[in-house]
Structure formats: structure tokens, C-alpha cells
Design a binder for this molecule. Structure first.
Ligand code: ASP
Length: 342
């Protein structure tokens, strides 16, 4: 569905006011609920994500033109569960091009379901001081009290803010600014869904202005990856641990092409003994296995049968392992990316 060179196929929409020169912001649109449309204004769950073009999203918020000269690029228009590795690579590269050029900041509009994965990826592959802001909405554009327009205006304001520099990629929703490294979606339907329970928010919007709680900083030990020469990312899969889990699932994943596996373990990365034994065998055969936690929060230290994921939840651990495998297969080096050891 998505061609390799997505951007060459897309239209660029430019919105500017000529009265005063405004900072330039690039908006890469991928779809999601922010671009979602329903039959009725009261439909806030039964709607189609990724229906509305980026040009329409921008036109719906004329106040954006007071803040920035924005250019909208339609990279995809889909539910965020369809965002592929190819789209991740394209977004990572295009964000870099834009930020190396005139853009003061970059925005990615995205479905909230997997926004934390794309945001985390962008955080790891961009070594710039300029802000990248991932924004979405929990209510479709057609809903009463849709949250997308204000979220988008806040995202544009954030992307042009000098105080936003040096903070890595951020997630902007519901008036809160979260670090892409730590923030996750925590509620299936509520507007108040993005949280970093242990690390907290970076800041909030008050009166239309970003207010940061801390001076600019990056996540501790955050590695960076150069994707300029990477054409494909290795297949890494996630498997959920539970009572009675069959260890054979791990072999099935490897047989279907997994080059690395993340286990969403119980508690501190634990999993049944039979699965632990299989993990040890797979690691000897060169398939790294990362132990994360299905609890949704906390630091995973468990390393007796795999690589501990540290602060990273399973979906972020998968992104880290995919990128890590583009550099090394060494278990110690991979563990170091998670801030842990084997
Ligand atoms: N299903 C939507 C998506 O992730 C949900 C959202 O955007 O909030 O694309």
C-alpha cells in the first residue's frame, strides 16, 4: 500500500501569511483519529481513522498561521496500527532533512494507539536539538468537542518554541508535553491517556504557552542510531507471557523470520521455566531475547534468561532491539542499549 518513496508521491501543502515572517514547521501526516471521520458528531468510538487530508486538518485551525508557516506532507493516511517499518524509516529520514534545513521544528500527526512507538523511534534516530512533536487526538475530527484542533495548535506552538530545544522527541496531547522516550498510551478511550507514570511530564500548556517543569535534558543513556544507510529493519516480535504459556511460540516466531524477540513478562520480566529454557537455547543460536514487563511501568532488572529491558515497555523495547540489531548481535552490546547488562 505504501510505496518506498512515499514523499515523492505526495503533495506538499503550504500555508503561510505574508505579513510577518514566521518560523517554518513541517507537518508529516500519517492518519489516526486526529484525521478520523464519523457519521455522527456523537460517534467517538465508531469512526474511521485516517480519512481527512493534512490540508484539511491545517485549514481547520486558521490560528496556526499566526504561529508558523506550516507545510503539510501526507506520508500516509491510516490507522496507526498499520504504520510499517518502511514508514518509520521514511519519517526518520524526512524529519532529519527538514530539521537540517529551514524548519524550526517537525510535527508528525499520528494515531494515538502506536504513537509512542513512532515517537520513540524518531527520538532514537534524530540527533538534533530542534523539536520533533508527535501529536494525535482521541476524538475524531467530526466529534463534538474534538481534541485534535487544539492538540495540533499546541504542537505547532511547541515546535516553534525555543524552550522546546534539546528535549528530544515529544508527545503532545491533552495539554501535556511528554518525553517520547518515557511516555505511553495508558487508557484505551480517555482523552487523558498519555502518561509517563514513573518519570512524569516534561511540561504542560497553560494559556496557549508551553510551560516546562524542568530544564532541557535527554533521557539517561539514550543511544542514537544513524539510519541514513539502512534500507530495512530486522523483524523483531513481541510475545506475551502468561500462566500456561507454550514455549513453542518462540520457535514459531523464529521460523517465521524473527531476528529478535521481546517477551512481555510478568512482573520483573518473569516467564515460565520452560520458556526461560527456550530463551537460553535461542540466545545460544544468535536470537537475542529481551525481557520486558506486561505491568506497564517499572524497571526490569531480570537477566537470568535474557536481556533486561530497563525502563522500556515491550513496544519500546522492540523498537530499541530492531535498531540495535542494525549495529550488533553481541548480547552485551545490545543490553547496554537498554542500560542493563547480561
Ligand atoms: N485507532 C486510532 C489510531 O491509532 C486511535 C487514535 O488515533 O487515537 O489510528
Amino acid at each position: 500500500m505504501f510505496k518506498k518513496s512515499i514523499l515523492s508521491l505526495t503533495l506538499v501543502f503550504s500555508f503561510s501569511t505574508f505579513a510577518l515572517e514566521k518560523p517554518e514547521v513541517m507537518i508529516f501526516a500519517t492518519g489516526g483519529t486526529i484525521a478520523g471521520s464519523a457519521q455522527k458528531a456523537t460517534d467517538i468510538t465508531g469512526y474511521s481513522a485516517g480519512e481527512i487530508a493534512v490540508s484539511t486538518l491545517i485549514e481547520a485551525v486558521p490560528e496556526i498561521a499566526d504561529v508558523a508557516d506550516v507545510k503539510g506532507i501526507q506520508v500516509a493516511n491510516t490507522s496507526s496500527s498499520n504504520i510499517s517499518n518502511e514508514i518509520l524509516l521514511e519519517l526518520g529520514r524526512e524529519a532529519k532533512v527538514a530539521l537540517n534545513g529551514e524548519a524550526k521544528g517537525v510535527i508528525v500527526t499520528h494515531g494515538t494507539d502506536t504513537a509512542e512507538e513512532t515517537a520513540f523511534f524518531l527520538d532514537l534516530v534524530n540527533q538534533t536539538d530542534k523539536p520533533i512533536v508527535v501529536v494525535g487526538a482521541m476524538r475524531p475530527a467530526t466529534a463534538i468537542s474534538a481534541d485534535g484542533p487544539m492538540n495540533l495548535l499546541n504542537a505547532v506552538t511547541l515546535a516553534t518554541s525555543d524552550e522546546a530545544k534539546g528535549r528530544g522527541t515529544m508527545i503532545m496531547l491533552n495539554d501535556f508535553i511528554g518525553s517520547a522516550y518515557y511516555t505511553s498510551k495508558t487508557n484505551s478511550t480517555s482523552l487523558d491517556t498519555f502518561k509517563a507514570y514513573d518519570q512524569g511530564f516534561l511540561g504542560t500548556f497553560a494559556g496557549g504557552v508551553p510551560k516546562f517543569y524542568f530544564d532541557a535534558a535527554q533521557a539517561t543513556g539514550k543511544p542514537s542510531f544513524d539510519i541514513s544507510k539502512i534500507e530495512t529493519l530486522p523483524q523483531v516480535d513481541i510475545i506475551y507471557s502468561y500462566l500456561g504459556m507454550q514455549a513453542d511460540q518462540l520457535d514459531a516466531l523464529v521460523a517465521s523470520g524473527s531476528k529478535g524477540i521481546v517477551v512481555a513478562g510478568s512482573g520483573n520480566g518473569s516467564t515460565p521455566q520452560a520458556v526461560r529454557d527456550r530463551i537460553a537455547e535461542l540466545q545460544k543460536k544468535g536470537i537475542p531475547v529481551v525481557l520486558s514487563s506486561r505491568t506497564g511501568t517499572g524497571y526490569v532488572t531480570s537477566k537470568e534468561h535474557g536481556i533486561a529491558s530497563g525502563t522500556l515497555n515491550p513496544q519500546k523495547a522492540r523498537i530499541m532491539l530492531m535498531l540495535g540489531l542494525t549495529k550488533t548481535q553481541d548480547l552485551d552490546e545490545l543490553a547496554a542499549l537498554f542500560g542493563t547488562d547480561v
